[in-house]
Design a protein around this ligand. Structure first.
Ligand code: BGC
Length: 754
């Protein structure tokens, strides 16, 4: 390792400023005279998009394996498999001379309209954090870096360059930051990429609280912060906020601005040195692993097929799957011939090969006759003759397989989805085919939920195959014919309709701001709280077998938050085929000072079971499983009380509930103040002791001074509860020896005394 401090000592101000801005679309600025090499980054995250010309952003990239995108990977709920995919990505980076892969994306799915949701894992921060950490660790285990993105609150593509996400502190801490926090603490990414948007009025690239206070100081992030491409507006301000490396480059103007800022005293050179130190650390770390060689194209393609098969989520199956010995299969839909396996934008991979779904079917279909028709065009035009043709094919067959891909004008990076619908032609096609062929299976390729109300009922089965990666065509065939028992589980809720979704009345915002008014309540937190029915709940997915849960256990009925707790349950495969189950643990706080979602995912495990086999699954819980972020204390807090531990097969299919009692280890100072209400005083243990006697006297006085329930027609106790003691004392001045303010000062001193 180079002596970084010595190097910084030898660098000129100009060299330092230049290092903090890229030299090209993909590289850092080298300093040849000091032996500082360039470092090369490349887009991802579900493949390596290595563009050979470092000055081109969008040119054709070198061939690399395209794995399923994040919505698919997340549906596996399989941290080990995701780790393996990460290792393969790392190997491809080495072969393609890439030092840092720009991913994973780890933003929350706030609205299903976000065009880029296919690149994100989940609506749940716990699940996203665990999966991202595993992917990062897999990639970095090969000596290649990652860039966790887009930090933070980049939850829509609409006006993503300038929109300000208006998010309250608690929502930020509980929903929009924890996935990053877990990924940073557990995965230790070499780099973090800041988002384009503003957060509460400040560009993320200039957001000191985000980049320095929280990321670097609080979470202990030691790597470098890179801007999203073109996210820097004021270079010196961004440096001060903690944005180390600006991309893309070169940008003479920004380099000059930094030099001038230091010379004029507007930017402390120590701040610049700190960014230089962080960048050099990563540049030299990247040098430690030699690049070059080749990757195993076939092995990675096989892994991509395995990952795609495990991400496929069986949403409906009216007894038709797996297919048994069909004689004549009508294969309908463009996507059967031309696989739709990835999304548009910076994650677009040039695949090493692509499995054609139709060909893959043929290989597993034995002697069955397969016929094909395209069913719908690539655009949104109406083509009735294609539907007629499909109907003819379907009615003559034993079964119809409809391959439906959501076109890129309905879903991509860079713009949001206009709606949740398939195209009119696709909906018309499904309806017409299901009318003549009851055994119709719909296979979907999309990165986010679609509205199925118009056609779901009539289908025999639905497979959500996601943006499945280059080998997905084979994976679909594997699942249809039962070579693979589907084990995907939804990492996001499929709502019935757009107007049911949590952000519906706040999205997309206007005049430069979007209010996150739904607060903590996104995804299943919202649907649960509102008791809204959904098409398919979070955590849901069918299998060709069945699982039974029994013998739930908790390691202790009463426990201290610091001790943690383990939860275990026996799961038995009660069907005839081997299969995988995802055991999910949710926690419900029975009572809390601040409102909490009805339940939150705090643990999960994926297990494989042969027919008849039973395994015990043990899942650890910790302080954070029970805590919530309380802005009054500016920290995560636990409260004494009872919590339900819900063990289930999905968020809507809870199989066992255990109740435990937590004793908090926190001794929090009282937050009572002059404006606190009587209810606050009585709810606070110290407040109750100090204020109790005064409260009694107040109540007595209340009747004489204010009237009673009888004379004024209201419940006086209820009325008093919402008033600060000071206000009541002011009504009752004559009855007290001291002035209202003196009484309150005395009380406050008493409760704040340590
Ligand atoms: C995207 C990033 C990407 C970068 C470089 C940006 O537009 O938001 O995710 O890594 O471009 O292509």
């Amino acid at each position: 390792m180079a002596d970084i401090n010595a190097l910084i000592g030898q660098m000129t101000l100009e060299e330092k400023a230049a290092l903090c801005t890229g030299a090209s679309a993909w590289t850092t600025t080298p300093v040849e005279r000091l032996g500082i090499p360039p470092m090369l980054v490349s887009d991802g995250p579900h493949g390596v998009r290595r563009v050979p010309d470092i000055h081109s952003i969008g040119a054709q990239s070198l061939p690399a394996t395209c794995f399923p995108s994040a919505s698919g990977l997340a549906s596996t709920w399989n941290v080990d498999l995701i780790h393996e995919v990460g290792q393969a990505l790392g190997e491809e980076c080495l072969a393609l001379n890439v030092d840092v892969l720009l991913g994973p994306g780890n933003n929350m799915k706030r609205t299903p309209l976000c065009g880029r949701n296919f690149e994100y894992f989940s609506e749940d921060p716990f699940l996203s954090g665990e999966l991202a950490a595993s992917l990062i660790d897999g990639i970095q285990s090969k000596g290649v870096g990652t860039s966790l993105k887009h930090y933070a609150a980049n939850n829509q593509e609409y006006q993503r360059f300038m929109m300000s996400a208006e998010v309250d502190e608690r929502t930020l801490r509980e929903i929009y930051l924890p996935a990053f926090e877990t990924a940073v603490k557990k995965g230790k990414p070499w780099t973090v990429m800041c988002a384009y948007n503003k957060l509460n009025g400040t560009h993320c690239s200039e957001h000191r609280e985000l980049l320095t206070d929280i990321l670097k100081n609080e979470w202990g992030f030691e790597g470098l912060v890179v801007s999203d491409w073109g996210a820097v507006h004021d270079r010196a301000a961004a440096l001060k906020a903690g944005l180390d490396w600006q991309m893309p480059g070169p940008s003479e103007r920004d380099v000059r601005a930094v030099v001038q800022a230091v010379r004029s005293g507007n930017l402390d050179e120590a701040v610049l040195n700190e960014s230089v130190r962080r960048i050099l650390n990563i540049v030299f770390k990247a040098r430690e692993t030699p690049k070059g060689g080749e990757f195993d194209v076939e092995a990675h393609d096989a892994l991509a097929r395995h990952a795609a098969a495990e991400s496929i989520t069986l949403l409906k199956n009216a007894g038709i799957l797996p297919l048994v010995d069909p004689q004549h299969i009508a294969v309908i839909g463009q996507a059967a011939r031309k696989a739709h396996f990835q999304g548009g934008g910076s994650s677009h991979i040039n695949p090493t090969q692509v499995a054609v779904p139709f060909t893959e079917l043929q290989q597993l279909a034995g002697n069955a006759e397969l016929t094909y028709t395209e069913g719908y065009p690539a655009d949104d035009s109406s083509r009735p003759e294609l539907i007629e043709e499909a109907v003819k094919l379907a009615q003559d067959a034993d079964v119809a397989l409809l391959y439906i891909a959501l076109p890129s004008f309905k879903e991509s990076e860079g713009y949001d989805r206009p709606d949740l619908e398939l195209t009119e032609q696709q909906v018309g096609l499904i309806k017409a085919v299901t009318k003549v062929q009851p055994k119709t299976v719909v296979i979907l390729n999309n990165g986010a939920p679609v509205d199925m109300r118009a056609w779901l009922e009539q289908t025999a089965a639905v497979l959500e195959a996601w943006m499945m990666g280059q080998a997905g065509g084979g994976a679909i065939a594997d699942v249809l014919f039962g070579k693979v028992n589907p084990s995907g589980r939804l990492a996001e809720t499929f709502p019935y309709k757009l107007s049911d979704t949590p952000a519906y009345t706040n999205y997309p915002g206007g005049n430069g701001t979007v209010s996150y008014g739904e607060g903590l309540f996104i995804g299943y937190r919202y649907y649960n709280a509102r008791e809204l029915p959904v098409q398919f709940p979070f955590g849901y997915g069918l299998s060709y077998t069945t699982f039974e849960y029994s013998n739930p256990q908790v390691s202790a009925q009463n426990f201290k938050d610091v001790d943690g707790l383990t939860v275990s349950v026996d799961v038995t495969n009660t069907g005839n085929v081997a299969g995988k189950e995802v055991v999910q643990v949710y926690v419900r706080d029975q009572k809390s000072r601040l409102i909490r979602p009805p339940k939150e995912l705090k643990g999960f495990a994926k297990i494989e079971l042969g027919p008849g086999e039973t395994k015990t699954v043990t899942i650890p819980l910790d302080f954070r499983s029970f805590a919530y972020y309380d802005p009054a204390y500016k920290r995560w807090v636990t409260e004494d009380g009872d919590f339900d531990i819900l063990i289930g097969s999905s968020s809507a299919d809870i199989r066992c509930t255990e109740t435990v009692t937590l004793e908090s280890s926190l001794h929090l100072p009282s937050i009572l103040n002059i404006e606190s209400t009587i209810r606050d005083w009585l709810d606070d243990p110290k407040g109750k002791v100090a204020f109790g006697p005064i409260y009694e006297k107040m109540r007595e006085q209340m009747n004489s001074s204010m009237g009673s329930s009888d004379t004024i027609g209201m419940d006086m106790t209820g009325f008093m509860m919402e008033m600060p003691p000071l206000s009541i004392l002011q009504f009752q001045q004559k009855s007290w020896d001291s002035s209202p303010h003196e009484i309150m000062e005395g009380l406050l001193q008493q409760v704040h005394r340590q």
